[in-house]
Structures are given as C-alpha cells and as structure tokens.
Write a protein that binds this ligand. Sequence first.
Ligand code: NAD
Ligand code: TDX
Length: 337
Amino acid sequence: MKILVTGGAGFIGSNFIHYLLDRHPDYDVVNLDKLTYAGNLENLQSVSGNSHYSFIKGDIADADLVRGIMDRGMDAIINFAAESHVDRSILEPASFIRTNVLGTQVLLDVARERHLPRFVQISTDEVYGSLGPTGRFTEDTCLCPNSPYSASKASADMIALAYHRTFDLPVLVTRTSNNYGPYQFPEKLLPLVITNLMEDRQVPLYGDGMNVRDWIFVKDNAEAIDLVLHKGKEGEVYNIGAGCESTNLSLIQGVLDVMKKPDSLITYVKDRPGHDRRYAIDPSKIRNILGWSPRTMLQDGLRKTIDWYTKNTDWWKRIKSGEYLKYYEKNYTPKGL
Ligand code: NAD
Ligand code: TDX
C-alpha cells in the first residue's frame, strides 16, 4: 500500500509512522506536515533514510499540493494533522478552525476527486464533551464539544462522515482518549510534568486536580489505527481507549512516586475555562469487532514514558528553550508559575 500520513511529524503521527514501517516494511509512506511549532522531524530521524519513507513540508489546506501527492497513486490518507492543544485553542482559536476543519475538508475534496480507496480521520474522545461520575462514551454518544479545539474536531468528524453518506467516500473515524508516550510535545500534561520534575520545577495542576482522563499508550493507539485502516468498515466510528482512568492529581502523584520527587512540587493553578470534568471511552466495538485490545497499562506505560524522557533530554530541552517559552509564559505566568 501507498499511504499518505498527514501530521506525521507530531506526537501520534510520528509514533504511527514508526509502527507502520515496522509492521509493514513493504508499504510506502508519505508524510505531509506543515512543521508548526508541534512538528519535529527529529521524531523521524531513524527512518529518514528508509527508501519506503518520504517527507513533504506543506499544508493540508493546500489543495494543489495535496492533488500532486495524490497523483503518485495513494491507497489511503490517514489524517493526523491538527492543532491539538486545548489551552492554545482558548488563547487563539482561528488556526484550529483553519487546519482542523478547512484543512480536513480540502483533504476530503481531493480524496473524492481522485477516488481514494480509504480515508481515516483521526479524532478524539473530546468531541463527546464531559461525563459525570459514571458512564462511558460509546460511538452512539451525542457530540457535545466544549472547547474551540474539540468543536473543530467534531466539525471535521461530521463533515468526513457526511462525505461518506453523501458521496460514498470510504471514510472511517477513530476517536481516541488521551495518548501518552515518546515524542509528546511538553505542553501536554504528562511530558510537562515529567520534564518540569526532571528540572525540580513546580508542576501546574488545574482547578482541584480531580478532572479525570482515560490514558492510552501511544503504541496501542497506533496498533488500533492500523487495524481500522485494514479491517474497519467504511462509514463507521471506532472508539479507542485502554480503560485507564485517573484523576490528574493521582496521575501526577504516580509520576512523583516513580521519579522520587516530593508532593510539594505540585502547584494548584487557576482552572482551564470550560474544563471538561471526565472522559472515559468504551472500546467494546473495536475489541469485539476488530479484535483489538491494549497491551500497556498505565503503571507500565508511565515507567516507559518517564524512562524515554530521561534518556532523551536533548530532545525536550531543545523544545523547551525555544518558542515554547513564550507560550508557557502566556499560559501560566499570570497564575503564578
Ligand atoms: P501534535 O500537535 O503533536 O501534532 C500535530 C502535527 O500536525 C504536527 O506535526 C503539525 O506540524 C502538523 N500540522 C498542524 N497543522 C498542519 C497543517 N495545516 N498541515 C499539515 N500539518 C499540520 O498532535 P498529536 O497529539 O500527535 O495529535 C494527532 C492527532 O490525533 C490530532 O488530530 C489530534 O486531534 C488527535 N488526537 C490526539 C490525542 C492526544 O492525546 N494527543 C488524543 C486523541 C486524538
Ligand atoms: O499544566 C497542565 N495542568 C493540568 O492540570 C496541563 C497542560 C493540563 N492539565 C490538565 C487538563 C486536563 O484535565 O490535565 C489534563 C490533560 O490535559 P492536556 O494534556 O492538555 O490534555 P487534554 O486537554 O485532556 O487533551 C488531550 O487529549 C485529547 C490532547 O491534548 C488532545 O489533543 C486530545 O484530543
């Protein structure tokens, strides 16, 4: 197969490309990525010489560029490209609408023109909104997004599924819970906490710290996406989650324990506006129909992740010393960090 992966220089996309090239060494993978602040070709250094892998710097919203790539005879698009950080969507929503909604629409239009056999839209559990203390999101849960980020992702899902129903485009959608693992940009909770703790800096905990997220090791998500690509049914949505719920406070306490750091490094800060209280994915559909199950549970995955950031200090130190500093100041300084 020839596969166009968009956003492959980001966290999940780069992990997915590593997975795909290992699992299917005869596949050709083209990575189209705009290299925003979140895109990092260092994530793909070890495959840069692989003759089955190529990189194109560009925007998914550039229809002519996407047409040119499709003319190489692609069999599938897997659309990871997105603005992905909720806090940034609160500071500046416009780029989220542009890339996540309009960019996806451009990809869908070109896919339609070129009769693409498979289009996998990578989405998130955040489109379902916030849960109370019980229950889990199924694929039939109504969409109720609360942040500009999740609203842009919900829009893209609905447009993609509408292209299936209206134009018969072979679209599949995956909705995954919070991913963690190697190469995650240190603005997201876990890499922020791990790297701050490595420097004995305070870690910011929003609100009362009791918001719940459902954590999945990124390689398990890559395996699930690969299954959906090959065996999923067109027009269907697949929830992907590992059943690892945790409050943010107990997650951070787990990291403090492994890293042998004191609780006094936690600083409670002002809450995120519109902060969703709880997410939890019901993965029964992908488990029962496609036979997927996660391999890595939270404790083991946390250790692997902490170990990766410990061994790759150059990777995150380069990021944290650049443009990222300006964002960190804008998001956290007024709240006392
Ligand atoms: P990320 O921010 O680490 O990476 C996004 C990548 O997209 C970057 O390499 C960036 O350069 C690229 N990009 C951004 N705008 C682009 C554009 N206009 N054209 C081409 N490339 C562009 O994000 P991530 O955490 O790897 O998330 C990947 C996908 O998975 C996103 O669609 C996100 O919504 C979804 N998702 C993420 C999580 C999570 O926990 N991280 C969970 C569920 C779903
Ligand atoms: O400094 C922080 N302190 C804190 O308490 C940060 C950055 C986050 N938090 C909280 C907010 C959330 O409850 O931790 C939780 C996780 O926050 P993020 O890492 O920002 O992730 P979240 O908002 O849950 O969204 C993530 O999962 C779903 C990804 O960023 C999205 O791209 C994905 O769709």
